[in-house]
Design a protein around this ligand. Structure first.
Ligand code: GSH
Length: 212
């Protein structure tokens, strides 16, 4: 498989973790978001939405990290990233989507730039905006996890799931935008457990060849 991504892209990090967890080697291609490479015609020909991650598997081109993760789970089910029971899978998707659907989109590069273009928002205002949505979403996630008994070791049970793949990169972003993760003791404990695993630690932004 081939993965178009960027070292600091949290949505790409989700996919890097899944590929590593499932033992899949991927050719990685950097799309330098900071330089606007996502808007260049050669990349738009691959993904007209101008975003990463984009996964190519044979003739198939897939975007949207959650769709990619579900595809990897269905085509390479071992080791799993979803629980065996329907209720568990629904809960994992619920937790993952709090991050992927409600938190992450509001701190995306394009959204932050548009706040500046449309309303003249300063860098500090853009950071405060991102922090607001991160704190709101992760406060809720913390409460879900704490109310369910802390989810054992990970967000759901004793093995990592798609929820952890979304959580850990989001906590990385939370720090970037100046949020204090101590605010979320259960999430911080899960993050520490995840980062003991190679699939998380060896795919972290700082370990990537395009990191700077
Ligand atoms: N919902 C998408 C989000 C993808 C996305 O927004 N990726 C960001 C990087 S994390 C991006 O490519 N941003 C480019 C931009 O905003 O111009 C997913 O989960 O894959």
């Amino acid at each position: 498989v081939r993965l178009y991504g960027y070292f600091r892209s949290s949505a790409t990090w989700r996919v890097r973790i899944a590929l590593h967890w499932k033992g899949l080697a991927a050719e990685t291609l950097t799309v330098d978001l900071a330089a606007g490479a996502q808007h260049r015609p050669d990349f738009l020909a691959v993904n007209p939405q101008a975003r990463v991650p984009t996964l190519v598997d044979g003739p198939l081109v897939l975007t949207q990290s959650l769709a990619i993760l579900e595809y990897l789970e269905e085509t390479r089910p071992r080791p799993p990233l979803l629980p065996a029971d329907a209720a568990g899978r629904a809960r994992v998707r619920q937790l993952a989507q709090i991050v992927a659907c409600d938190v992450h989109p509001l701190q995306n590069l394009g959204v932050l730039l548009q706040l500046e273009r449309s309303f003249g928002a300063s860098e500090e205002q853009r950071r405060a905006w991102a922090r607001h949505w991160i704190e709101q979403g992760l406060d809720a996630l913390e409460r879900w996890i704490a109310s369910d008994g802390g989810g054992e070791r990970f967000c759901h049970g004793a093995a990592p799931t798609l929820a952890d793949l979304c959580l850990v990169p989001q906590l990385f972003n939370a720090r970037r935008f100046g949020a204090a993760p101590e605010r979320w003791p259960a999430l911080s404990r899960i993050e520490a457990a995840c980062l003991q695993l190679d699939a998380f630690a060896r795919t972290a932004p700082a370990t990537q060849p395009d990191a700077r």
